[in-house]
Ligand binder design. Structure first.
Ligand code: ATP
Length: 351
């Protein structure tokens, strides 16, 4: 039995998350997987019912679930400087240390390259992103009006656990290859520590191979021949940039799922935002959220030794592939004319 929270978020989250739940329920029913679902308020609805976009009741409940679906948050439209209207910092709160983002091309959908199948792991608790690396204050300061200074943090623990997660994922894939991206010749200490931990972990996975690529070369190789990469692991800021580059290789936001993973829990979260411009019109593409839900089932299944969850994830993937290949029930951003609910229903039917 898995316990999964449902946090719809705002705007198109209210449309794509329910479709994801329908798809996951169908896959669970097909494989005999038991899931206890727990809808929890967050975002604007959380504010309406509990006076806060991240209600305490939600935070408390999340501590007791295996994972959750996190719809996009409409934080850009939230009132500024009001502490009850915040973009919920769930990644930090639950120490979800890696953002996992697959980048996959489909034969009949437009993309810069074909035959791309990469999984990126970006470390997200340290590195250059100031808000997440310090206990108090920020990682940036301005000693006088002419100088600004930002710092970068890499710890052995942080580097080791993201490298380990990368090898664990690589082990489940045919090519079993991990590419660690850094710039050790320049950042000898911070990138050096990241590289050292990747090499250390690689020794524990003799069935996998490790290659190391410098981040500038990586940016070029990704554009020129992305097919050569399998699992890519890197630090926070490099990953921030490279994962967007990766999404751009295969069709952008509509095809960019994601999973934030911790030691014990995971959060399914698509790369796209809440897209208020198309909200409420039944035109949002549910692919990214549905595939994020599929990743959650797969990760939980492997972690908890629950094969039915891994099978359910596989069913979702196969059904999505079929619906895309048939091209009869695709949303308009994918070149079709179907609504969000029609595409979701077609995937359920394919399961
Ligand atoms: P945020 O700052 O909240 O992350 P953003 O500024 O990156 O958001 P999005 O909300 O992701 O922007 O939307 C950018 C544009 O991409 C939207 O205007 C919308 O047209 C399109 N878009 C985003 N997600 C989807 C989707 N699931 N289906 C179709 N179109 C989408």
């Amino acid at each position: 039995m898995l316990k999964i929270g449902i946090l719809e978020g705002d705007d198109i989250g209210l449309e794509v998350v329910p479709e994801t739940v329908k798809v996951m329920k169908a896959a669970a029913a097909a494989t005999g997987l038991a899931i206890e679902w727990q809808p929890l308020p967050i975002g604007r609805k959380g504010h309406e019912s509990h006076g806060h976009t991240m209600p305490a009741v939600t935070v408390e409940a999340l501590a007791h679930v295996d994972g959750w679906l996190q719809g996009p948050i409409g934080h850009n439209a939230y009132p500024r400087n009001d502490p009850t209207w915040i973009n919920p910092p769930l990644r930090k709160k639950f120490e979800l240390f890696a953002s996992v983002k697959p980048v996959k091309s489909y034969p009949n959908l437009p993309s810069l390259h074909k035959d791309v199948d990469i999984v990126f792991l970006r470390e997200v608790t340290e590195g250059m992103q100031s808000g997440s690396v310090v206990f108090a204050g920020t990682g940036e300061f301005r000693p006088n009006d002419e100088v600004s200074i930002g710092m970068r943090v890499v710890t052995r623990k942080g580097a080791n656990r993201v490298a380990r997660a990368a090898f664990e994922i690589a082990r489940t894939r045919p090519r079993k290859k991990v590419t660690a991206v850094h710039k050790e010749p320049v950042f000898r200490l911070v990138c050096g520590m990241f590289a050292e931990e990747c090499r250390k972990v690689a020794k524990e996975f003799p069935d996998c191979t490790l290659e190391e690529v410098l981040v500038d070369g990586m940016a070029m190789k990704l554009v020129m021949r992305p097919q050569q990469f399998d699992v890519v692991v890197t630090t926070n800021q490099f990953g921030d940039i490279l994962t967007d580059e990766g999404a751009g290789l295969v069709g952008g936001l509509g095809l960019a799922p994601g999973l934030c993973i911790g030691e014990r829990q995971a959060m399914a979260q698509a790369t796209h935002g809440s897209a208020p411009d198309i909200a409420g019109q039944n035109i949002a593409n549910p692919y990214s959220m549905i595939m994020s839900g599929k990743m959650l089932l797969e990760w939980l299944g492997r972690r908890r030794g629950e094969q039915r969850a891994v099978d359910a994830a596989q069913r979702i993937e196969t059904a999505v592939e079929r619906v895309i290949a048939e091209a009869k029930h695709l949303t308009r951003d994918l070149g079709g004319a179907a609504g969000t609910t029609e595409m979701g229903a077609a995937i359920v039917a394919a399961i």
